[in-house]
Design a protein. Sequence first.
Length: 159
Amino acid sequence: MEGLPQQLRREGLEINARVLHAGPADASSCVAAALKILAGAPVYHLVRLGSVQKTPLVIQHSFYPAALVPGLLEEDLAQSIPELLHARWNLRLTRKTEVITPGLAADEEAEALAVDRDLPLLHIRRTMLTEGGVPVEYSQDVLRPDIAHVRVVTQAQYA
């Protein structure tokens, strides 16, 4: 499944991810519901800053069920996570659900994204699943819409 970084790379743009935080956590009720695990279950929490052409673009707060991806924190987490999940754990992400809402930046988000606190940002809550419908990643992203735009394409499927 192609995400924003792959789309931007295809356009010839330089994409980088910097890990701001990586560690174990207990799943909150929101994270647990998205990942279909029990609240308090062990997860890995990964915070990354994605940049395009060396300009900060997105902050990603991602959560992964620890039982599904043991040893995740020992990997190079600056690389493509979907590619890592497939190569290391044979998990192929084939479906995602995203909820996109506008909002303002919190102080730390404005600083990391190098934007004015009054710039409207896109807040994206995403769940990525395998072919079998197993949730592998729940992410809460904050995206600068002055650099990248979200385009939604819908295709009807008839029986």
